[in-house]
Design a protein around this ligand. Structure first.
Ligand code: FDA
Length: 504
């Protein structure tokens, strides 16, 4: 357990990592997954695994003294955030100078904290973003494979129309319709049938008990229940938790050596290990993978890495905004925390927007309609290595989000005009602000496919070194990204196993 050699290591346990581990395990390759977060399968003293959103405790956050919820205020009062003990909790907010990025920490990565929206991108936009990838192959084979292995399912639309839990979404749909905008149902990995039973009072509530960004205690098919369970089932895959990879270097025989720190859940160092492997897959996410490769290049450990590493980062055009409804148009005190509808205006050539209709599950009537808009913003950020702090800094300025705000504003100005409503200015921090342009949920890029790697995620300059996560996608994909991350990983790993591993 102090280190040693394994044929393959996968760093991280998010979408890309989970695909790599499952397919390596099926191919008979002994694979070790290293995850800096915890395994979330044991209930705490209160009998629950996760703390929930309304009274978050230390389980909610990754080493914070106070929780940092995206909607920290209501009527400018800091109502939802709480002081906590720094702990290896499930949601991290990585604060760069002018952009904060939310990411999941633990076995399952982002799947533990996300809204489960499982959207296959429009084919024309996929072709625009990744023109070198054979789209026919993706849409015929890898997107279907990702959707079925992730256990993506569809809401019963009759139930949707009847239930009080989606009144907020129906209200938003009607208001969008008045502005001439169409909506579409969004598939999910939350088990909709379980949710119906929650509503009927037959099973413990999760989506209907405001749980989502700090983990769902029930209902959600996160990766630990799908890909990772299957990976462990091959008998070839092992996961080590609270193991953070700090550095990567290469030995003369071509194998890779990882410097790994093992801690306890309160951050106390337990051991420093060196683990070597023949094939190394980076699945630490856009931030994690990019940082590891930048550090390796800039410290001289892997000097032949491409100058493209660190480039092509974007927040998938994420902008959050909210509207205030009239008193006679309530959105409901009961709201499912899992979104079911999106306003689809992506084909608008002036300002493409796909806006998910988000809940504001406060447990009381708020008259708020909340949205996470995904826009098409051509601006990109760059990671640079800060040697003194030994970390990657994100060069991204607030004004780079101006095109995204303008696109979201043009859509919601239409909705407000058609309904005689206005924006809410009090939800995103302590100053007047209608558009949250300083945080994102969808970090993409940093080691872009076909630039920092070849067309299958093989890192340029080195053999047997691969990127398998969201850092391959160049900053934008037009919809919520995890289905694309999963499908692309399926495609790449299949090729790598055939050509680089089985043939040897
Ligand atoms: P991901 O971030 O999932 O996994 C990386 C893993 O690597 C993490 O577990 C991390 O702890 C680990 N790691 C990092 N560095 C490491 C190191 N040095 N050593 C060891 N381990 C390390 N998307 C979507 O499609 N639909 C949705 O509804 C939502 N909703 C949503 C809500 C919220 C609150 C968030 C934060 C995000 C979403 N997303 C989403 C985004 C989605 O979750 C995200 O795009 C994917 O999780 C990214 O998958 P990756 O495989 O790239 O990495």
């Amino acid at each position: 357990d102090g280190g040693g050699h394994v044929p393959a290591v996968v760093i991280g346990t998010g979408y890309g990592a989970a695909v790599a581990a499952l397919r390596l395990g099926e191919a008979g390759v002994e694979t070790l997954m290293l995850e800096m977060g915890q395994q979330w399968d044991k209930p705490g003293a209160d009998g629950r695994i996760f703390s929930g959103m309304l009274k978050p405790d230390e389980r909610s956050s990754w080493f914070k003294k106070r929780t940092e919820a995206p909607l920290g205020s209501f009527l400018w009062l800091d109502l939802v955030n709480r002081d906590i003990t720094p702990y290896a909790g499930v949601l991290d907010r990585v604060n760069y100078d002018q952009m904060s990025v939310y990411v999941g920490r633990g076995v399952g990565g982002g799947s533990l904290v996300n809204g489960g929206m499982a959207v296959t991108p429009k084919r024309s936009y996929f072709e625009e973003v990744l023109p070198q990838v054979d789209a026919a192959e993706m849409y015929d084979r890898y997107f279907p494979r990702a959707n079925s292995t992730l256990r993506v399912n569809h809401i019963d639309t009759k139930w949707f129309e009847d239930t009080e839990w989606y009144k907020f979404a129906r209200v938003s749909r009607d208001q969008a319709g008045k502005a001439g905008l169409g909506t579409t149902f969004v598939p999910n990995v939350y088990d909709w049938d379980y949710m119906r039973r929650e509503a009927a009072g037959e099973v413990p509530k999760s989506a209907l008990a405001t749980e989502v960004i700090y983990g769902n205690n029930h209902g959600k098919m996160s990766l630990d229940k799908t890909y990772l369970a299957a990976a462990l089932g091959t008998g070839k895959v092992t996961i080590r938790t609270l193991h953070k990879v700090k550095a990567i270097r290469r030995q003369n025989d071509g194998s890779y050596v990882l410097s790994v720190e093992e801690t306890d859940a309160y951050g106390k160092t337990l051991a420093a290990k060196e683990i070597s492997c023949g094939h190394l897959f980076l699945g630490a996410g856009s931030l994690g993978t990019t940082e590891l490769l930048l550090r390796a290049r800039e410290t001289g450990a892997l000097p032949d890495l491409s100058s493209e590493i660190g480039k092509g980062w974007g927040p998938n055009g994420n902008i959050m905004t909210a509207r205030a409804n009239h008193m006679w148009n309530p959105t409901g005190a009961k709201q499912s925390s899992i979104p079911a509808l999106g306003i689809d205006d992506w084909n608008n050539p002036a300002a493409p927007v796909f806006a998910e209709i988000a809940p504001m599950p406060a447990g009381l009537e708020t008259w708020v309609s909340l949205y996470l808009a995904i826009t098409k913003n051509p601006e990109r950020g760059t990671f640079v290595y800060d040697a003194a702090a030994d970390r990657a800094d994100l060069r991204w300025t607030r004004d780079q989000n101006a095109p995204a705000v303008a696109a979201a504003k043009s859509l919601f100005d239409r909705v407000n005009k058609a309904n005689g409503t206005i924006y809410r200015y009090d939800l995103f921090g302590t100053r007047l602000k209608a558009f949250a342009d300083d945080f994102c949920y969808h970090p993409l890029g940093g080691t872009v496919l076909g630039k920092a790697t070849d067309l299958y995620g093989r890192v340029s300059g080195y053999e047997n070194l691969y990127v398998t996560d969201g850092s391959l996608i160049p900053g934008s994909i037009g919809v919520n990204p995890f289905v694309t991350i999963t499908a692309l990983a399926e495609r790449n790993v299949e090729r790598v196993i055939q050509q680089d591993i089985k043939k040897k």
